[in-house]
Design a protein around this ligand. Structure first.
Ligand code: SAM
Length: 313
């Protein structure tokens, strides 16, 4: 099945990655391979692209849509936290650009059948990597009430997290919660009617579904491990470009770049540096770059995108 996903902020990504002929790039989130294609077109002649995605559908799709590029690309079904070992398999130790376009693809949302959306009645799965163990159904049916409320509050900033968690625990005592629509019903019934805005700006289950997806795929922990792996594999002048869709992701990226751009971590009262941490990065985006109004109009999925980029010193 062909994957339909409109790549976001393509020109801004290409510009911040400084894509040039003959260089090596890693697209850590192939998705529908739109960014990969744009990178490949500009790295010719002589460039090389490594593509990674934890979703087998995305890798199979990329194999088809990028088949014309043959020896210029290699694709991996893996988690981007393993970027170093992926590159080691190719005997590559340094690269010139790394891209991660976080979050979910339109394919996963609309076509995967894995319960990512509250708009279709599907099994509560939400695994981007179908080989991983934990599903959204496992969390909903086994996590204790406090843990559930914590997930909804922390990852979804859901105001009614405790009520929703309590109602989930009550419902699953009667019968296991198996499908997305069963969960939607519980969430909708948990929110007092006067707080369900009319006309609804967002569906009442939006935050709970997003929170569960983040928990199932360990998205924030994996983003941190991934970032820690990247600085040492960039050539001097090499670029890192991250597109995030959630304020928690963006905060992690911002603080991580800031720390590596600062270098020394000694308290200011120390007369001299004893930590010997070197500055590794230079910020290319003081503030996150946002999509243009025209892009958001054409592709509403781009609405909350924030691009941050840094250059290896
Ligand atoms: C927003 S889509 C990427 C879209 C892509 N840039 C394009 O042009 O079509 C995000 C993709 O990242 C993948 N992904 C998310 N987290 C990942 C991780 N930790 N490791 C590998 N792939 C990941 C998802 O499976 C999904 O296919």
């Amino acid at each position: 099945m062909a994957i339909h996903h409109i790549p976001v902020m393509v020109n801004e990504v290409i510009q911040h990655l400084n894509v040039r002929p003959g260089k090596i790039y890693v697209d850590c989130t192939l998705g529908g391979a739109g960014h990969s294609r744009a990178i490949i077109d500009r790295m010719k002649p002589g460039g090389f692209l490594v593509g990674i995605d934890q979703d087998k559908d995305a890798v199979n799709n990329a194999k088809k849509v990028l088949s014309a590029y043959g020896s210029e690309i290699t694709l991996f079904h893996d988690n981007f936290v393993n970027i170093k070992s992926v590159l080691t398999q190719l005997n590559i130790h340094k690269v010139d650009g790394i891209l991660a376009d976080l979050g979910i693809s339109l394919h996963q949302l609309a076509q995967s059948g894995r319960g990512f959306t509250f708009q279709k009645d599907e099994p509560l799965d939400m695994r981007m990597d179908s080989n991983s163990v934990l599903t959204a159904g496992d969390i909903v049916n086994t996590a204790d009430e406090k843990e559930l409320a914590g997930i909804f509050f922390r990852y979804g900033e859901e105001r009614w997290s405790r009520r929703i968690a309590s109602n989930i625990v009550k419902a699953r005592k009667v019968k296991a919660i198996k499908s997305s629509f069963e969960l939607v019903r519980i969430v909708s019934d948990s929110i007092p009617k006067k707080f369900i805005s009319k006309p609804q700006r967002i569906h009442p289950a939006t935050r709970v579904f997003m929170a569960l997806r983040i928990a199932v795929n360990h998205e924030l922990e994996r983003l941190e491990s991934f970032l820690d792996a990247t600085a040492d594999i960039l050539n001097p002048g090499g670029r890192l470009c991250i597109l995030s869709f959630h304020s928690l992701e963006d905060r992690i990226v911002k603080h991580w770049i800031k720390a590596l751009a600062r270098g020394c971590t000694c308290p200011p009262i120390f007369p001299q540096c004893i930590c010997r941490s070197e500055k590794k990065l230079r910020f290319l985006t003081k503030k996150p770059v946002r999509p243009t109004e025209q892009e958001v109009e054409l592709n509403p999925m781009a609405r909350s995108t924030r691009l941050r980029a840094a250059e290896r010193i």
